[in-house]
Design a protein around this ligand. Sequence first.
Ligand SMILES: [Zn+2]
Length: 351
Amino acid sequence: MAYQQPLIMQADHVNTDISYNTSATGLKPGHVALSALQNLIQRLPKAELHLHIEGTLEVDMLFQLARRNGVQLPYADEAAARAARSNFTCLEDFIDLFTDVNVLRTERDFYELAAAYLRRAAAENVKHVEMQFDPQGHMIRGIPFATVYNGLSRAIQESPVDASLIFAFERSRSQLSAAKALMQAVPHLSGICAVGLAGPEVGNPPSNFKEVFGSARLLRLHKVAHAGEEGGPSYVREALSLLGAERIDHGIRSLEDPALVAAMVKSQVPITLCPLSNVRLQVYKGQLEDRIRQVLASGMRVTINSDDPAYFGSYVSGNYEWVAGIAGLGPDDLASLAANSFTSSFMPQVV
Ligand SMILES: [Zn+2]
């Protein structure tokens, strides 16, 4: 199939000599083929390239940190918090819930958040993570950059999972705000591999951040940007041409511009698809499964990721499982997607 990339590894400990039912309709819960695919996905070495560490704040940790830090939550109990996370209609609904991060106050809090995520990642055989974090969102609450960075980086240093940080600019704030925040990061660049651009897309195009991405380039940081999630293909074009993005986060709406798809097939610039995020935020409502199948068949370099897993119901393996189910993927397809996650990363190439 067109989305298969040359494998960088044959996971020799993964048994691919299994007869799978790879039709989408065959992958029902409880079906033996599903459990075999789940087993394979679990054991495949994977890289996670689109993950917001603040989006890994599980409800039990939310309440634990609220108690420890004396923060009043807007939920009566954990069940109410879980219910709020299951009822999004769009990206803005989800962004409204990001006030949950108010419970993150100390270096210890950030350390525990990242350590908990990295334990989960290790359990799913994730070998490499490029973890976005939101310095401006914390600094605006009076949390120093170093408090955030030190907590996250200590968890990374102690983890068996290879990981680095992506400094995500908030596109709903000004470019000047982004530049000031980036200055705070300069003493800490050894633990930061890239800058990114996140937040509500519509009305906040990549072109607003051209200069600060230029500064990031001078600092020898890689560049990624969210585009083509709720914004149209013009956002993807701007991210590539004006920001120099080396990877597009989401990018699914590139499909609406065949010439853009052709260019992305040619350049093999990766897109970090987050299928269950798209499901929960109702991107392409009613047409999402078709759109995902079109992306997979397009020839674009696709990776599978989890975005904000504590809010969207599943970590990275669950996203692979969902895609396998709706697209009828078999072991070779899944191994290709996992291989793409490494070749699309900023780690030294392992080819
Ligand atoms: Zn994201």
